[in-house]
Design a protein around this ligand. Structure first.
Ligand SMILES: *[C@@H]1O[C@H](CO)[C@@H](O)[C@H](O)[C@H]1NC(C)=O
Ligand SMILES: *[C@@H]1O[C@H](CO)[C@@H](O)[C@H](O)[C@H]1NC(C)=O
Ligand SMILES: *[C@@H]1O[C@H](CO)[C@@H](O)[C@H](O)[C@H]1NC(C)=O
Ligand SMILES: *[C@@H]1O[C@H](CO)[C@@H](O)[C@H](O)[C@H]1NC(C)=O
Ligand SMILES: *[C@@H]1O[C@H](CO)[C@@H](O)[C@H](O)[C@H]1NC(C)=O
Ligand SMILES: *[C@@H]1O[C@H](CO)[C@@H](O)[C@H](O)[C@H]1NC(C)=O
Ligand SMILES: *[C@@H]1O[C@H](CO)[C@@H](O)[C@H](O)[C@H]1NC(C)=O
Ligand SMILES: *[C@@H]1O[C@H](CO)[C@@H](O)[C@H](O)[C@H]1NC(C)=O
Ligand SMILES: *[C@@H]1O[C@H](CO)[C@@H](O)[C@H](O)[C@H]1NC(C)=O
Ligand SMILES: *[C@@H]1O[C@H](CO)[C@@H](O)[C@H](O)[C@H]1NC(C)=O
Ligand SMILES: *[C@@H]1O[C@H](CO)[C@@H](O)[C@H](O)[C@H]1NC(C)=O
Ligand SMILES: *[C@@H]1O[C@H](CO)[C@@H](O)[C@H](O)[C@H]1NC(C)=O
Length: 425
């Protein structure tokens, strides 16, 4: 009997040890009422310098005995600060935004002179990194819940958060049962963001997250997947050097952008109706700027002597959510073709511009340099289009070869007949 009890105790302890990696903390406001609740797991992967210009990488877990000194809340902003070990700390700042709140930043400070964690470190100072968390649009009076792993990268520190349950701005002194679930936890429906963190596969660890009202299903996430958009309308844009000249830059395409803001992925079409085109044509560089009421897109084309290419793209979008999105990549090599010709791609095409931005083009044809008489020059086609033309060409060539073979056979046959005719005579 006592052996059985010991076994049960051992099992219980085993589970306890397994779960205890997480940390659960409560922060009270100045009146002593609960104002911030958090239960989460964090791992850090830190790269630091050791002798001979080498780097060492260590993995650290946020321990469950971290202290909350330095945490605070007021009506519109709050801070969760967790201090652990020999002067290490991790903190997250939250702010209220209309009917939602979000995490604005995460700061991780680590004491490189703590040789038990950072053996042989060359530096002995306390280093600090600030990262942008992916926690946005959390409904007020709801808990943010994300069981999936979310990795946030920076130069020297990667941190992974998982089994996260946080409520900043607790209103009536008790944690809410309503959840705002992160996109990664929602089973994939239509469009999944490309860089979605992989969900955890160990169901046992989910016990670390306090179970919410189990009789009612979790409320739908605030991040509803974007409905599938219709294909964008093809716009015809042109730039003239002056009003009396013909166009020096031509661009026809339908355009869609797909972008990530926090955990939310959305897509928007550029409506050519109401879009104003401006820009300039140069010898080495030409520019096309498209401005609609929901986005501004700047295309910069480069002339590399013999070839041109799309060299830079600056996209600024104003989605209905109101949070402006802006991404730039000035190191592109897209839409390449010979100067004096145009680039064409009729097939739907997608291009990853940055890890947050993708563009989709439809019926694309551009010529940023050497436009003559205001019309496109010979087109150089993209691979996909060229392939679809390759089949009829291959069939044509095969037929031609067949005809030649038949003709050749006919003439050879005729010559032989005639030759044999002379011989038999
Ligand atoms: C962070 O993650 C990236 C990608 O997985 C990896 O290349 C890099 O080495 C990691 N950095 C650290 C400090 O672990
Ligand atoms: C977190 O770090 C601990 C200690 O290094 C390790 O045992 C554990 O597997 C890590 N967990 C994840 C999800 O990386
Ligand atoms: C950093 O670690 C060293 C060695 O463990 C310790 O003496 C020092 O007090 C720590 N610094 C801070 C700011 O805690
Ligand atoms: C930190 O390192 C510098 C030289 O690298 C040394 O002068 C200084 O005394 C060290 N400080 C501590 C607290 O170990
Ligand atoms: C949860 O949300 C529903 C609808 O938004 C609301 O009626 C209910 O009072 C909320 N419950 C709690 C505990 O906040
Ligand atoms: C759980 O939800 C049910 C039905 O929505 C409700 O009747 C019950 O009071 C809730 N329990 C708690 C603890 O919120
Ligand atoms: C364009 O042509 C009109 C009439 O031919 C002329 O009056 C005007 O000055 C020209 N504008 C430019 C910029 O050359
Ligand atoms: C462009 O938009 C205006 C106003 O929204 C509308 O009246 C017009 O019919 C549209 N034109 C086309 C070609 O769709
Ligand atoms: C492209 O650049 C080359 C060298 O800079 C120049 O000679 C050529 O005229 C340019 N082409 C056009 C169409 O501007
Ligand atoms: C274009 O580039 C060439 C070579 O890089 C340079 O010599 C020329 O001055 C540039 N022209 C202009 C107008 O910038
Ligand atoms: C990108 O475009 C936006 C809006 O037009 C502008 O504010 C920003 O400065 C541009 N960024 C770069 C790097 O050109
Ligand atoms: C992008 O294009 C590739 C190949 O053309 C396709 O496999 C992929 O599904 C496309 N991605 C999106 C998000 O449409």
């Amino acid at each position: 009997m006592s052996r059985y009890a010991a076994f049960v105790l051992f099992l219980a302890l085993g589970i306890e040890i397994h779960v205890s990696h997480g940390i659960e903390v409560s922060v009270n406001d100045k009146d002593g009422k609960l104002c911030l609740y958090a239960n989460l797991m964090v791992n850090f992967s830190v790269s630091y310098e050791v002798a001979d210009n080498k780097n060492e990488t260590v993995e650290i877990e946020l321990p469950s005995d971290a202290k909350t000194a330095g945490s605070a809340c007021d009506a519109t902003s709050s801070t969760l600060k967790l201090n652990f070990g020999e002067g290490h700390s991790w903190s997250m700042n939250f702010a209220v935004k209309e009917n939602t709140y979000q995490a604005d930043s995460i700061t991780f400070s680590y004491n490189l002179s703590d040789s038990t964690v950072f053996p042989n470190s060359v530096l002995n100072e306390t280093a600090s990194v600030t990262m942008k968390p992916h926690i946005t649009d959390v409904g007020l009076d709801t808990c943010y819940s994300c069981k999936s792993k979310d990795m946030i990268q920076s130069d020297s520190v990667n941190q992974t958060l998982w089994n996260v349950l946080i409520q900043a701005f607790v209103s009536n002194g008790s944690k809410s049962d309503n959840l705002t679930t992160c996109a990664a936890d929602v089973p994939a429906t239509t469009v999944a963001p490309t860089a979605a963190p992989t969900p955890t596969t160990t169901p046992t660890t989910t016990t670390a997250v306090p179970v919410t009202n189990s009789t009612s299903p979790a409320p739908p996430p605030t991040t509803t997947p974007t409905p599938t958009l219709p294909s964008p309308t093809t716009g015809k844009y042109s730039i003239k050097p002056d009003e009396n000249s013909t166009a020096c830059l031509l661009a026809d395409f339908g355009l869609r952008i797909g972008f990530k803001q926090g955990d939310k992925y959305q897509e928007m079409n550029l409506d050519p109706n109401g879009t104003v085109a401006s820009g300039s044509c140069g010898v080495n560089s030409s520019e096309l700027v498209l401005v609609s009421n929901s986005m501004t897109i700047m295309f910069t084309f480069a002339n590399d002597t013999k070839k041109f290419r799309l060299h830079a793209l600056n996209v600024t979008a104003k989605p209905s959510s109101g949070v402006v999105f802006s991404e730039v990549n000035s190191n592109l090599s897209l839409w390449e073709a010979a100067v004096g010709s145009s680039y064409m791609c009729n097939k739907e095409q997608n291009y990853t511009i940055t890890n947050l931005l993708t563009i989709f083009t439809f019926d694309l044809q551009v010529q940023p340099f050497g436009v003559k008489k205001g019309v496109f020059s010979t087109a150089e086609e993209c691979q996909g289009d060229a392939e679809s033309f390759l089949v009829p060409i291959a069939v044509g060539v095969a037929l031609l070869v067949l005809i030649l073979v038949v003709l050749l056979a006919y003439f050879i046959g005729r010559k032989r007949n005639m030759a044999s005719g002379y011989e038999s005579f």
